[in-house]
Design a protein. Structure first.
Length: 371
């Protein structure tokens, strides 16, 4: 029978992701609107975006946080084009974004000593094969495959190369070993449900040392330049952005950070996400027609949860459209390059009660489409 209880929040998209519970745009601090981002007021807000990120994440004091253009993609590209080329590079790919970074390294930068370690959707590469004499580029959590690295144990504390980590769907949702990550990138519109277009670039001291001791042989566009006269442009990490940011988006991000702190910080956000994953895991265990794309629980994402359904690709599309037309769930189809299936965002901004309400609707929609 058709369920009667629907989720209160239908936004299960994996990016941009749902706003936090109780979000109201009218509650944002908007005194920066219409002001220059270079004014004292603008710099203060942007500086807080950097310093509050560092404080709430518990970053080591030697790490720097900057707001950069182009979302997570822009932040990753800045790191690749500014840092790579000094030594060999290993690129790890098990989903579309990791594959994109591999394309940049091999076909755009055309680095001669580059290795691509690749795995199919649902699997992960053999992490024991990674060469840490090389720089290593990887996604912590594969947003489009639902596969994450299990932990940071595979990364040695003593390593010659840099670790460059795309963590856009992992920061604030997974326990990251900051001392083993030299560069970390993320975007506001993922785990925190913030607005798009801006990226966050976190640099450890080893990355700063590389920037100040190595100059890439290729030209760098202005929006990628992190140094001036051979020294790190420290202003970027105090809120002096390279280009003009949206102060409305900055206010929205600060609101999201305040919410994270109000619920108990990063540990509480991780706990909320893991509780959401358990709802889906219990449902999958009780229904033979649905399964996790990531077969190994140790590498299973607790944010971008990807599911396989015993239906044809066309039937899966019908199932997704049916759930949307019934006012139950928006934007839960798998990523365009991924195998046909369902992808449900389970980050901290999603209430566990909404996922519990969604599960019977999945069963109902499957029965309608497969009949």
């Amino acid at each position: 029978m058709q369920p009667t209880v629907k989720p209160k929040n239908l936004n299960f998209s994996s990016g941009p992701c749902s706003k936090r519970p109780g979000y109201d745009v009218r509650a944002l601090q908007l005194d920066t609107l219409g002001r220059s981002h270079r004014s004292a007021l603008g710099k203060k807000a942007l500086g807080l975006a950097c310093s509050e990120t560092a404080r709430i994440l518990g970053l080591p004091e030697t790490y720097r946080v900057g707001v950069v253009p182009g979302s997570d993609t822009g932040a990753v590209e800045m790191a690749l084009w500014s840092l790579l080329g000094a030594r060999g590079v290993d690129v790890l790919a098990w989903e579309s974004f990791g594959s994109g970074w591999a394309t940049d390294v091999v076909k755009q930068l055309k680095l001669p000593n580059a290795r691509v370690l690749k795995a199919d959707y649902g699997a992960i590469v053999d992490l024991a094969e990674v060469n840490f004499d090389h720089d290593v580029v990887f996604t912590w959590n594969g947003t489009t495959s639902g596969v994450r690295v299990p932990n940071g144990d595979w990364i040695p504390a003593e390593r010659a190369g840099l670790t460059i980590c795309d963590a856009t769907s992992a920061v604030f949702a997974m326990d990251l070993p900051w001392d083993k990550l030299d560069v970390v990138t993320f975007s506001w519109q993922k785990v925190l449900g913030g607005e798009g277009a801006h990226g966050m670039l976190i640099l450890g001291p080893r990355a700063v040392e590389r920037l100040e001791s190595y100059t890439p042989p290729w030209p760098l566009p202005k929006v990628f330049r992190l140094t001036s006269a051979g020294k790190l442009s420290e202003g970027i990490f105090r809120g002096e952005t390279i280009n003009t940011p949206s102060m409305l988006c900055v206010a929205d991000y600060l609101d999201a950070l305040n919410w994270i702190e109000s619920i108990g910080g990063v540990p509480a956000a991780i706990a909320r996400s893991e509780a959401n994953l358990r709802v889906i895991a219990d449902f999958v265990a009780a229904n033979e027609w649905i399964s996790f794309l990531a077969a190994d629980p140790a590498t299973r994402s607790n944010t971008s949860v990807c599911l396989s359904v015993d239906l044809s690709a066309e039937q899966v599309k019908k199932m997704v459209k049916l759930l949307e037309s019934e006012g139950v769930a928006y934007d839960i189809g798998s990523y365009k390059d991924a195998p046909a299936g369902i992808r449900i965002w389970c980050g901290a901004t999603i209430e566990t009660s909404d996922l519990a309400a969604l599960m019977p609707w999945l069963a109902w929609a499957y029965a309608q489409v497969s009949a």
